[in-house]
Design a protein around this ligand. Structure first.
Ligand code: AMP
Length: 307
């Protein structure tokens, strides 16, 4: 039984008020894999890269317990490239360049060895690709979690709605929740989105934490107040990796355990933003993760005497 992840693997060029990178390794599935492999292995990856993607990066993922049989390598083509720029408000960013390259014609093939999929993480990429992966699985996974972004709402809304109808948990940020539902109130937006299919909805609010909705309940996980947010790229994917990684490790998909899972997601995202790209995620140990989780416990723990 395993965790299968689908999403982009990419080159990113990032500019923040604190620095600038040339092409570094990024992509939704890359962040998810680096993060989730702390909790469960193997992580069975589905993606596509060009001949320009460094073999050393693939080897590093393999060494980390990430299975790459589902990652196609198109030798004569270029990897997906994305470039973004953050301003002082790091909750919003401008996308400067999106070159789909290999992602533009990606036709995912789910290997037989992935058919034991129990947890499916649909990372950000074209909804038609996400749908194809769901359709290729012979048995319905125990839990399907989906991430997406406004880009797909604008260019592939019908496909997007078709995938949303098939997933258990949807992850979006606050502006995407408003765009998808046409509602300003996040509570109303959540109610509306949950009628589209998912029983659970997570609304990420960047440095203001994340909300988990289910039926009439709502739970809040803060983001850790950090002295320095260096580069928010991949924070959402890392959050998703921590969320599904925790659920896959514990094999418990109750609402109660999902509350813990969004705290784990927030803790992992707080590491991601400390350095450029996936750099910080590659360094952290179990002890670092445990210490950070403990900081979250301290952050929200309080007593109150009701009279
Ligand atoms: P996040 O900051 O969590 O939203 O994720 C950033 C990552 O998403 C970057 O590493 C990009 O390579 C990747 N990304 C950006 N736009 C897209 C897109 N349209 N499809 C797939 N991946 C994307």
């Amino acid at each position: 039984m395993s965790l299968v992840v689908v999403g982009s693997m990419a080159f990113d060029a990032i500019e923040t008020p604190f620095g600038k990178t040339d092409k570094i390794i990024g992509g939704a599935a890359t962040y998810i894999a680096w993060c989730a492999s702390n909790f469960t292995q193997p992580v069975k990856q589905i993606s596509v890269v060009g001949g320009d993607f460094p073999q050393a990066e693939l080897d590093a993922l393999t060494a980390r317990g990430v299975a790459l049989e589902g990652v196609q390598i198109k030798k004569d083509e270029k990897s997906f490239f994305w470039s973004g720029k953050y301003h002082m408000d790091m909750n919003t960013r401008d996308t400067l360049v999106t070159e789909l390259n290999v992602l533009g014609t990606f036709d995912p093939k789910v290997p037989d060895s992935y058919q034991d999929c129990e947890f499916l993480m649909l990372g950000n990429l074209a909804p038609a690709v996400q749908l194809s992966v769901i359709d290729q699985l012979k048995n319905k996974p125990k839990l399907i979690v989906m991430d997406t972004m406004n880009f797909w709402m604008e260019v592939a809304l019908d496909d997007l709605k078709a995938v949303i109808a098939k997933v258990d948990v949807l992850l979006v940020n606050d502006s995407e929740a408003r765009e998808l539902s046409g509602e300003f109130s996040l509570v109303r937006a959540a109610q509306k989105i949950m009628t589209m299919g998912p029983k659970y909805l997570i609304i990420k609010k960047g440095e203001h934490g994340a909300l988990l909705f289910h039926e009439n309940s709502v739970f809040f996980a803060p983001a850790l107040p950090l002295e320095e947010v260096f580069d928010p790229t991949g924070a959402g994917d890392t959050f998703a990796g921590g969320f599904i990684g925790h659920l896959a490790r514990t094999k418990d998909i109750s609402f109660k355990n999902m509350k813990t899972a969004i705290i784990v997601g927030s803790a992992m995202a707080s590491f991601c933003v400390e350095k450029f790209g996936t750099e910080r995620l590659r360094e952290i140990s179990k002890a670092d993760i445990d210490a950070r989780l403990n900081e979250f416990v301290q952050l929200v723990n309080f007593d109150i005497d009701l009279v």
